[in-house]
Write a new protein. Structure first.
Length: 77
């Protein structure tokens, strides 16, 4: 059994690793066992990214008086 992957350093690192995994798996040249391991690693990366996004959302709620507001980039608010 493969040991669990080390947690990524950041959301951006995890996203880049996930993109690399997807490209490698989509190539179709990966042996089945490697593809299964890559899939499991991909699931862990997705969960990590979801957790980071959830944390960021909670921080925004706190910053906006516990009311999540849409981001208005055009007005800089």
């Amino acid at each position: 059994m493969a040991k669990p992957a080390k947690a990524p350093a950041s959301f951006e690192t995890a996203l880049a690793q996930l993109e690399e995994l997807i490209q490698a798996m989509e190539s179709g040249d990966m042996p089945l066992e490697t593809a299964l391991t890559s899939y499991k690693n991909g699931i862990e990366l997705v969960r990590f990214c979801q957790a980071k996004l959830g944390d960021a959302e909670q921080q925004l709620k706190v910053l906006e008086n516990n009311e999540l507001k849409p981001l208005d980039i055009a007005n800089g608010a």
